[in-house]
Structures are given as structure tokens and as C-alpha cells.
Design a protein around this ligand. Structure first.
Ligand code: PAF
Length: 312
């Protein structure tokens, strides 16, 4: 029988609990999250609990991956509800640090709380410089281009969480495919001793990928938001019917997004799933990636296309 959920807010307490679990010879799983947990997170926690004896869920809205003007302030925070969902799905411990615990060098009076980076200069009033992790190349296209600095924030906080919790395995959703590629590359390049496990995207009944940001959608936007899924499925169908030309597949996806009311397409592309380099033809595997705005809400989604692809 599993023990009651433990909740800690400091790195020291986390380390103590993890080393006790290790002393009991338990394997450690980590599910990094920003909270506002939904069925997508629940599936990550369940998979972690199936494969690891002691599952840590981190809940931290990481200011370093938000830019000024993004939704750092209004990002939903619901710790009590999150703890219940995590416990129900097999978590042993919630790690919910505050910003000062994670980034002692941060300036909390700025929004989002900001760390000065060396190439940004920084006057007297700026926050002190901190060490950070950059995964060049992969971090500069698509999501990285739309949100400069985003993947630096993600890679930095994920490496910190890996060092803090020292998990055997860490679980990430396939929905954030570029984030997953960035984390995998960082782990490989820096020889981090953790196995990165990718878990399938969980969808609403109409195909919309679950996301904590879906709650920002108005009822009308919500009604049309599955356009991303429809675009991906249309590309998949065309590949299944024999189409291999990325230009045509891209146009098919773009058309669906463009004809959807309230949908502003940002990109619809076919890329190599590891490097995110754009591909010209489907040979073997390619990842179809889409991003669109509905009002101020930005949604992303993706699906794998293979020369032998089938509809799921
Ligand atoms: O995917 C997320 O929720 C975040 O980017 C992560 C991985 C928890 C890092 O803050």
C-alpha cells in the first residue's frame, strides 16, 4: 500500500525525502509540471507510478520561461486541487517551491520575476546574473522563435529539478514535442543520468490536446480550437493516401487553420522530430507541428507521420 502524499517546499526537504526513498531501494520518478494539473498530467503520473516506486511531482510556475507580457501572472495556480489529483494518480511527493527557493538571485519585483543574462547587459537596478542552460539550434526555431528565451528557461529549470530530485526517470508529454527534444538533447549533451520518458498526448473528446491554457478559451474559441487536431489528422490522412510532398501537406494544414473562425495560424510544418529541421518529403518519420492563436491564447499540437501512417 502507498503512503500518504508528502508536500514539501524546499530543496533540502525534497533531498531528504528522496534519499530516504533511495535508502529503501525505491526507484525515483519525476513528473515536472507548472501545476493546474489535468488528465494529461494524470496520465504522466500514472505511467511514472507504474514504472517507479517513489513518484515526485514538481509544481513550479517557472518565471524564467515566460517573457514580459506573457501569462506568468495569470497562469492558473491551484495547489490543493493539484495535490489531490497527484495523490489519486500515484504521486508520493509534491515539490512546490517558491520563486526565491528556486532562484535566490531573482528580482521578485519585476514581472515576470527576472534574471539578468550577461548578453542583456544590466544596470545597477537589474537582478544578479545566474547560471543557465542553453540548447542552441533546437531552441531557436518554432516555439523558440515565437518565445525567445523560452527554452533557456525550460532547460535551466529542468536541469535544476533533475539535480534536486535526482530521478531515475523523468516524464514529459509528447504534446510539447520541441520541449521534449530540447530536454533529450540537454540530457545527452550534458550526460545527465536520467531516462527521459515521452508520454502520449491526452485529448478532449473532439481532439483538442489537453493543456492548462485551454481554460483561457472563450466558449466560442473552445468550439473551434480543435482545428489544430483536424489539421494534423487531415495531413495524416493524406500521407496514408500516399502523399509525401511536405509543401502540399503544409498547405493542407494551413488551409484548415486559416478557414477556422478566430484562428490565427502561426505555423504548420513538417519537421525532423529530433532536430526540428524542416523536411521536404516524408521519408520514414516526420513530425507535423502546428501553432495558432485564438485571441490571446496560443495553442500548439503535433502528430507523428510515417510513410506507413495510420489514423488514430
Ligand atoms: O511543460 C511544462 O509544464 C514546463 O515547461 C516544465 C517542463 C514543467 C518546466 O517548467
Amino acid at each position: 500500500m502507498k503512503n500518504a502524499l508528502i508536500t514539501v517546499a524546499t530543496i533540502n526537504e525534497l533531498r531528504q525525502k528522496v534519499s530516504s526513498a533511495r535508502a529503501r531501494k525505491e526507484s525515483i520518478g519525476l513528473v515536472p509540471t507548472m501545476g493546474a494539473l489535468h488528465e494529461g498530467h494524470a496520465s504522466l503520473i500514472r505511467q511514472a507510478a507504474e514504472e517507479c516506486r517513489f513518484v515526485v511531482v514538481s509544481i513550479f510556475v517557472n518565471p524564467m520561461q515566460f517573457r514580459p507580457g506573457e501569462d506568468f501572472e495569470r497562469y492558473p495556480r491551484m495547489l490543493e486541487q493539484d495535490c489531490e489529483l497527484a495523490a489519486r494518480n500515484g504521486a508520493a511527493l509534491i515539490f512546490a517551491p517558491n520563486v526565491a527557493e528556486m532562484y535566490p538571485a531573482i528580482n521578485p519585483s519585476l514581472s515576470p520575476p527576472t534574471l539578468t543574462l550577461p548578453h542583456q547587459g544590466g544596470g545597477k537596478e537589474s537582478a544578479p546574473v545566474t547560471t543557465y542552460v542553453e540548447v542552441p539550434g533546437l531552441s531557436d526555431s518554432f516555439e523558440g522563435k515565437a518565445r525567445p528565451g523560452h527554452f533557456r528557461g525550460v532547460a535551466t529549470v529542468v536541469l535544476k529539478l533533475f539535480n534536486q530530485a535526482q530521478p531515475d526517470r523523468a516524464y514529459f508529454g509528447q504534446k510539447d514535442a520541441q520541449q521534449l527534444a530540447v530536454v533529450r538533447k540537454m540530457v545527452r549533451d550534458l550526460n545527465v543520468p536520467v531516462e527521459v520518458v515521452a508520454c502520449p498526448t491526452v485529448r478532449e473528446a473532439d481532439g483538442l490536446a489537453m493543456s492548462s491554457r485551454n481554460i483561457y478559451l472563450s466558449p466560442e474559441q473552445r468550439q473551434h480550437a480543435n482545428a489544430l487536431y483536424r489539421a494534423l489528422m487531415q495531413a495524416k490522412e493524406r500521407v496514408q493516401a500516399g502523399e509525401r510532398d511536405a509543401v502540399l501537406l503544409r498547405a493542407t494544414m494551413a488551409e484548415i487553420l486559416d478557414e477556422t473562425p478566430g484562428c490565427q495560424r502561426e505555423y504548420a510544418e513538417l519537421v525532423n522530430p529530433s532536430t526540428f529541421a524542416v523536411v521536404e518529403r516524408i521519408e520514414g518519420e516526420a513530425l507535423a507541428v502546428v501553432a495558432a492563436r485564438f485571441g490571446s491564447t496560443r495553442l500548439i499540437d503535433n502528430t507523428m507521420l510515417t510513410s506507413e501512417t495510420s489514423i488514430v
